[in-house]
Design a protein around this ligand. Structure first.
Ligand code: GRF
Length: 187
């Protein structure tokens, strides 16, 4: 199997990046992590790129230079698939157009519910019965693209934000690899 050269975008801890790196060591997993992009110099996730010898770049907040740098490197590393895993920045329409149906995002809620930030506090405030995660294609609407995989759990009476995060992330570690396998199943 020829693995797709994939770029993972992160901003923080990078536990999903680590999970993808470990999955991609399996010959049958359809992607290879060939590049990591972070918009935070201090993102802990960069340590996984270092540990597993994956090239990485940092981008700043200047829209034009950031965009240029990303596109240049996507070309340089022959990237054909992009995975946003905890990337806390909106990516540009130009990038989305150039990688149509080739960018996925991981979101910590049962979309279309709770798009955007602070999902857990809003879920608690709303007395939701269920939480979960969604992997979806990225389009120009925030957290609005076609769903690929969604997984849910029940919210208990004494669950707090921390517990919701933990429950969500446990599902994310399954949902993201599952979505990637699903996307490339017939290619
Ligand atoms: C994940 O929970 C994801 O849903 C959200 O950001 C978090 C990233 O976690 N978008 P990590 O950096 O992969 O540990």
């Amino acid at each position: 199997m020829v693995k797709k050269n994939t770029c993972v975008f992160i901003s923080g801890k990078g536990s999903n990046l680590k999970n993808l790196i470990l999955h991609s060591r399996d010959n049958n997993f359809p992607i290879k992590i060939s590049l990591v992009v972070s918009n935070k110099k201090k993102a802990d996730g960069i340590n996984y790129a270092k540990k597993y010898n994956i090239p990485y770049i940092f981008v700043d907040n200047n829209r034009n230079s950031c965009e240029k740098k990303i596109l240049l490197n996507l070309k340089k590393f022959k990237i054909s698939f992009i995975c946003l895993a905890g990337y806390m920045k909106i990516i540009s329409g130009y990038l989305i157009k150039n990688y149509e149906k080739k960018i996925i995002n991981l979101h910590p809620s049962l979309l279309p519910k709770f798009k955007g930030l602070n999902t857990f506090s809003r879920m608690l405030k709303n007395k939701e019965k269920k939480g979960g995660c969604t992997v979806h294609f990225v389009n120009e609407k925030l957290d609005g693209g076609i769903k690929i995989v969604q997984k849910s759990f029940f919210i208990m009476d004494n669950d707090n934000e921390l517990i919701l995060k933990k429950k969500t992330q446990e599902l994310e570690y399954k949902a993201l690899p599952e979505a990637i396998i699903k996307i490339f199943r017939n290619t």
